[in-house]
Write a protein that binds this ligand. Structure first.
Ligand SMILES: Cc1cc2nc3c(=O)[nH]c(=O)nc-3n(C[C@H](O)[C@H](O)[C@H](O)COP(=O)(O)O)c2cc1C
Length: 319
């Protein structure tokens, strides 16, 4: 089979996408910078940096440090705020013919609800991604994503205030005892799909200063080092909730990495940290994924989803 013959079309809830490759939130702002390197409309979707109600300058510097096979970041949710995002960034993405998935983040249920109403009613968006890895100011600063009740409340208000045809995707944190428990809770609260995984909480100490390297002290670990954790999370959730679309993210650098996620059960994949040293990574991953699927004789990308979960055909016993 030739790479061009592979059908890459992907369905995530009510969103019909050209292919299963997306950017990961926070690694490409709202797509403008990437557009110098490739046409953002070539991707299945562009997931925008999580947007909050107000403009924010993020955490103090230094806020990035390299780790073995990855990096720690404590950018915080730096961004222009929802008014500017809706006036400038989202219209630009839509003009390019891209399919935006808008990531929203709140520090209270009211903020999530307001963001959902404002974003969800913008024509042309492919989905809303709910970043619940944020502290809830109304509940002692506990992170929504780490508790099934808090996680489901955040997703519930977003689903309630987002128009029916717009899928709501819940992005989960791997820093929990049972990712299946959280995924089940957000699906029961109305999520149409889950995105796995956000960064893992980490810490780096500068031996010269004998202090944490990041001004924010802790940071989120990402890059190839987290990939087995992400693939495990996708596998567990895809097995437990086979009808729910799972989007895999964490350390994807190549088409082979993307295929590993699809074999584990991911309907689509996102490319994040790889963009920092190769801004063309998302389209390269797409091209490589197409070739990997063709080499293995998959006529449709969707046929590869969950392939590693199929029963192994019984081997002939030689006597
Ligand atoms: C610098 C940076 C900023 C990020 N910002 C966000 C964000 O705003 N919202 C979000 O949901 N995830 C954010 N993430 C997490 C990524 O979307 C992704 O889930 C994670 O990095 C794992 O994928 P990767 O290894 O391909 O980067 C950020 C990651 C990095 C490295």
């Amino acid at each position: 089979m030739l790479p061009d013959d592979v059908d890459l079309t992907t369905v995530v809830g009510d969103a019909h996408l050209l292919n299963p490759v997306m950017t990961a939130s926070g690694c490409a702002a709202a797509g403008r910078e990437l557009h110098q390197f490739f046409d953002v409309a070539e991707l299945g979707a562009v997931v925008t940096k999580s947007i909050m109600r107000e403009a924010r300058s993020g955490r103090p510097t230094p806020r990035m440090v390299e780790t073995p096979s990855g990096m720690l970041n404590s950018i915080g949710l730096q961004g222009p705020g929802i008014d500017s995002f809706l006036a400038r960034d989202l219209p630009w993405l839509l003009q390019q013919g891209a399919r935006p998935i808008v990531s929203i983040a709140g520090s209270s249920l009211g903020e999530y609800a307001e963001l959902a109403r404002r974003v969800g009613n913008t024509p042309g968006i492919a989905a809303v991604e709910v970043n619940i890895s944020c502290p809830n100011v109304e509940n002692r600063g506990l992170v929504f994503a780490c508790d099934p009740v808090q996680a489901s409340r955040a997703v519930n208000v977003v689903r309630r205030d987002t128009p029916r045809g717009v899928p709501v995707l819940a992005k989960l944190s791997p820093d929990v005892t049972s990712i299946v428990e959280i995924a089940t809770a957000v699906v029961e609260a109305g999520a149409d799909g889950v995105v796995l995984i956000n960064t893992l909480l980490g810490l780096h100490i500068d031996l010269e200063t004998a202090r944490p390297t990041l001004a924010g002290v802790t940071g989120g670990l990402s890059g190839p080092g987290v990939r087995p954790v992400a693939v495990r999370a996708v596998w567990q959730v895809a097995n437990a909730l086979p009808a729910v679309p799972v989007i895999g993210v964490g350390g994807i650098r190549t088409g082979r990495d993307a295929l590993e996620f699809m074999f584990a059960g991911a309907t689509a994949v996102q490319v994040g940290t790889a963009i920092f040293n190769d801004p063309g990574a998302p389209v390269r991953v797409l091209r490589e994924l197409r070739a990997e699927l063709a080499t293995r004789g998959f006529a449709k990308a969707s046929d590869a989803v969950g392939y590693a979960n199929r029963p192994i055909p019984s081997r002939r016993q030689d006597v």
